[in-house]
Design a binder for this molecule. Sequence first.
Ligand code: AMO
Length: 434
Amino acid sequence: MIDRIHTSDVEPDADEVAIAGHVHEIRDLGGLVFLIVRDREGLIQIVFKEEREPDLFEAVQDVGAEDVVRVAGEPLESDQAPGGVEIAPTEYEVIDEADSPLPLEISKDIEVDLSTRLDNRALDLRKPETLAVFTLRSELITAMEEWFEDEGFVDIKTPLISKGGAEGGAELFPILYYNQDAFLSQSPQLYKQMLMASGYEAVYETGTAFRAEDFATSRHVSEIAMFDVELAYVDDHDDVMDVQEESLRYALREVAENAERELDLLDVDLDVPEDDFPRITFDEALDILETEYGHFPDDPTDLDTKGEKLLGEHFEEQGHPAFFVVGYPDEKFYYMQDVPEDDIASRKFDLIYKGQELSSGGQREHDVERMVEVMEEEGVETANFEFYIEALSYGTPPHGGYGLGIDRLVQKVADLDNIKEAIMFPRDPNRLEP
Ligand code: AMO
């Protein structure tokens, strides 16, 4: 490996050190050149003085923005330098030159529209603020996985290529699989339930789901990072919500503690929901929307984007950034339990965080006969689900679970306007590269 340490590890008045990274900024003040070098951990200032190191001073005249360089030298305390330390160089080497002009400025705070940023994503990803989003994202996923590992959930991987869809036909991406038609997976739903029938008891998956929706919103993408959970022997959907609530609280706490630098860079004051998340019924949600905001969702069986946002405001004012809406009406979704006797229509719930739906879940129908009845009522082609129906027919414990959109979670935690900013290389109906 090339001999170097991270910029954040450079201590003033230490012995000679070497760092390497991209040239973030060049300031030429006559007999003095300031080079700000950037690596994954931050920025460091190198001061080239004509009088002190004439050869290196001469060499640095040719440096260009975003060149990859390595510098060794003596770290000195400096009030003006980022991090309070600068390096007086004794060695300087350009490892790789960057073409110029750059299609995107990395160091300057110039407003660039999202489409240009995504067209030049590899460069955009170099920006410290963009890197901060993905460091946060990594922290969030790791913390979430840590919680489920500690609680004894089994890490699973379900297939991404399937014969049919779990969530409905219109949103499937068809592919050619050898000589037969197949689809990209919309959700691990059927497989995680089959694993409940197989006795795995509690599983989680950090996976990918594909949705061929024709959207143009700031909260939809075609390729989604999904965190799926399923657990057996639940009494009801409250047990599932408990798991979601505790795991999310843990992940947010970890991020608040471990990603202070990133949160600062993004100017985010992360509000960890320490109190119990309110759980309101769908009817109560409609009631709040009607009486407080005079808002009626177009589809009376679902909350619309505006409804979620307004409910978010309502609960945020009461100190609850996260809450559940439980029991959707007429939710005849074959895998969800219908429970009219509970006075709620179904054991389905959505989690809303900062005014946006983050996850959907519920208690499932484990009685195969009832499930097939609903499928037939709803016109679902049971032939496409034989493998699933059969798997559940040999004894299945009561179970439930949910799918959480990781990209939406990152969007909300990092306070980003558009979900695509939370994805390294996002896919939407108009974007297939980079
Ligand atoms: P659902 O379809 O509601 O439920 O998806 C779960 C969560 O995934 C995210 N999500 C999306 N994010 C970005 N772009 C999209 N196009 C998109 N579609 C969905 C959302 C959403 O809440 N099988 C069920 C889960 C379950 O019941 O276990 C399912 O997939 O955050």
